[in-house]
Design a protein around this ligand. Structure first.
Ligand code: HEC
Ligand code: HEC
Ligand code: HEC
Ligand code: HEC
Ligand code: HEC
Length: 464
């Protein structure tokens, strides 16, 4: 009798739970017709992919801007092999739930035109959607719907598109023979980028990527320095902006037959990804990413001036985020790898201590100091599949203008003479080799590494 009561209760609870989920899903669907993506159109209805113009059309007049964008990660957003590998896995493992979720940010036109299909293991869509995050997608964004999202934060493509003849941008006085123009304050602010640069799990609302939030509570936001001031500026100007905390200027001509402008924003949109642009043939974008990485951090190495054979030495390495307007690293912190490689050798070059070396399989040796986040599923098991994530077990990224200090201790061997050389290098790789192998299979390249900063010093060994 008691047993039957509990079975009934369990069934009732299940029923109520599923009804609630259905109800919640329906409510979200009404507010967000392309749910789980929060992307929308100004009519709330699907549009045709032919309502958007190809970037090639824009290139006729905005020639420089087109050249900057072509080869950027925005132009690669649909064809990026690392993204597509994970997207396809999601399609299989979630029965299609992630198709629109990922598509909304990586190929928005495909989602709002209901023109994204997964057939024979491949995603298909229109040519214009394959252009990824392209000119006409960004310049027909009319507003953000961040106030209507489940967390009231910009997230999961919370943008409203109004495709058509009006191109929205930063000028109040522009005229074009090809299209109408409209001033959009949103385009001049970090809040514009935030809609796509914050990824939340659509069911449990866990914030997987939160670059905008990291920026919002930083000194850069206090000083009015926007994402655009670093990522839509030549790299030297971005470095200057981080140093002086003043907004940069970049005079130029945004259209071959238009006027000179006091300020023109460049369109390479480079962050830290030097791996995929190089794989897809843009050395230019890969080179800028390297330059940005090399400007992002500063190392300080602290150790006693001298020690003796048999003595215990502790070395401190301080890593400061001097150049990134958000945490270092940011966004996919659960796969990006920034780590310290610390070596101590004697005067003959013999290894005394090492941390952070790569083994023959390309794995970083155990117990190294890696600055990243450790993502786990509902059972606390490590996962890099976004649809399984429920939380980070830890997040060891470095906030804007903040630092991390790592200590290394070792014994000076008894027979040491002369001095010891200590060298610390801050290294960066887009993914662990094992993740690249898992996603790209036999096509996986040996991942390149960028050395972001390095410092060395000597410790004298005295015999007394
Ligand atoms: C809110 C918008 C948004 C959504 C939704 C989204 N992404 Fe992304 N994705 C981004 C942004 C922005 C980046 C670039 C961040 C960076 O490179 O640091 C990115 C980068 C990636 C990368 C790294 C690519 C590389 O070359 O290193 C992978 C992999 C990826 N996304 C997979 C997915 C998958 C799979 C989904 C769906 C489960 C998804 N994304 C959903 C915005 C989104
Ligand atoms: C026939 C030439 C031509 C073509 C083609 C063209 N534009 Fe323009 N566009 C212009 C001119 C001229 C301006 C004004 C420039 C100025 O005032 O500095 C302009 C201005 C803009 C602006 C700034 C609007 C503002 O007020 O801030 C945006 C955004 C823009 N174009 C986007 C696009 C996009 C996207 C495409 C392709 C779909 C495109 N344009 C195609 C000529 C063109
Ligand atoms: C990720 C979104 C995005 C993409 C993709 C994009 N733009 Fe822009 N564009 C912007 C933003 C944001 C600004 C304004 C920056 C500011 O003023 O702070 C801008 C500014 C402009 C301007 C005004 C001049 C300038 O450079 O400041 C023109 C013209 C323009 N874009 C054309 C284009 C064309 C043509 C393409 C494709 C080749 C393109 N945009 C792709 C976001 C984008
Ligand atoms: C419509 C969604 C969308 C908007 C709006 C958008 N982005 Fe992105 N962005 C993406 C996606 C998706 C990627 C990643 C593509 C990939 O890695 O496959 C990306 C990649 C990038 C990267 C390259 C990251 C790397 O690892 O090197 C930078 C930098 C970037 N975006 C900056 C910006 C800035 C600045 C703005 C605002 C002016 C902006 N984005 C607006 C979707 C968007
Ligand atoms: C003060 C300059 C500055 C500002 C402001 C800034 N960034 Fe960055 N960003 C950098 C630098 C430097 C890097 C390269 C180091 C790194 O990965 O953090 C970078 C990297 C990135 C990456 C690639 C991360 C990765 O590991 O793949 C993305 C995406 C990005 N920024 C987006 C944004 C967005 C969105 C904003 C605004 C909310 C923004 N950035 C504001 C300087 C800046």
């Amino acid at each position: 009798m008691v047993k039957r009561f509990f079975i009934t209760l369990t069934c009732l609870t299940c029923f109520l739970f599923f009804s609630f989920m259905l109800y919640a899903g329906e409510a979200e669907n009404k507010k967000h017709p392309f749910f789980p993506s929060l992307i929308n159109t100004d009519t709330g209805k699907a549009v045709k992919s032919s309502d958007f113009e190809s970037s090639l059309v824009c290139s006729g007049c905005h020639t420089e801007i087109y050249k900057q964008w072509k080869g950027s990660m925005h132009s690669n957003a649909f064809v990026d092999p690392v993204f597509t590998a994970l997207w396809k896995l999601g399609a299989k493992e979630t029965d299609g739930l992630t198709d629109n979720l990922c598509g909304g940010c990586h190929a928005g036109v495909g989602v709002v035109s209901n023109d994204l299909t997964f057939k024979n293991g491949e995603f298909q869509t229109s040519d214009i959607a394959k252009e990824g995050v392209h000119c006409d997608l960004c310049h027909t964004i009319k507003e953000s719907s961040s106030h209507k999202t489940p967390t009231n934060e910009p997230q999961n493509a919370s943008i409203v598109l109004a495709p058509g003849n009006v191109k929205r941008g930063p000028y109040k006085d522009s005229e074009s023979p090809h299209h109408e123009t409209a001033y959009s304050e949103l385009h001049t602010k970090s809040e514009f980028c935030a809609n796509c640069h914050q990824v939340f799990h659509p069911i449990n609302n866990f914030h997987i990527e939160r670059t905008y939030d990291e920026w919002k509570y930083s000194v850069y936001a206090q000083k009015g320095i926007q994402c655009q001031d670093c990522h839509m500026m030549p790299v030297e100007k971005a470095i200057e902006a981080a140093k002086t905390l003043k907004r940069p200027k970049n005079p130029g001509k945004p259209c071959i037959n238009g006027p000179d402008r006091d300020n023109m924003f460049t369109h390479e949109f480079v962050g830290a990804n030097f791996t995929v642009p190089a794989l897809l043939g843009s050395e230019k974008h890969a080179g800028i990413a390297e330059a940005r990485l090399k400007s992002a951090a500063e190392l300080k190495l602290m150790a006693p001036q001298s020690s003796k054979p048999g003595g215990m030495v502790t070395v401190n390495v301080k890593v400061t985020n001097i150049g990134a307007g958000h945490n270092l690293p940011t966004s996919l912190t659960e796969v990006r790898q920034m780590w310290l490689d610390v070596r101590v050798t004697d005067k003959n070059g013999k290894n005394i201590f090492s941390s952070g070396a790569l083994d023959a399989q390309g794995n970083i040796e155990k117990d190294s100091r890696i600055f990243n986040a450790y993502s786990v599923d509902k059972d606390g098991k490590h996962t890099v599949k976004p649809w399984e994530m429920t939380r980070f077990e830890y997040n060891r990224t470095i906030p804007p203008k903040g630092s991390a200090i790592e200590n290394y201790s070792f014994l000076v061997p008894k027979n040491t003479k002369g001095h010891l050389d200590v060298k610390a290098v801050l290294r960066y790789r887009s993914y662990p080799q094992s993740v690249a192998n898992f996603l790209l299979g036999k096509d996986a390249p040996v991942l390149p590494v960028v050395d972001m900063a390095a410092k060395s010093l000597k410790i004298n060994i005295n015999l007394d």
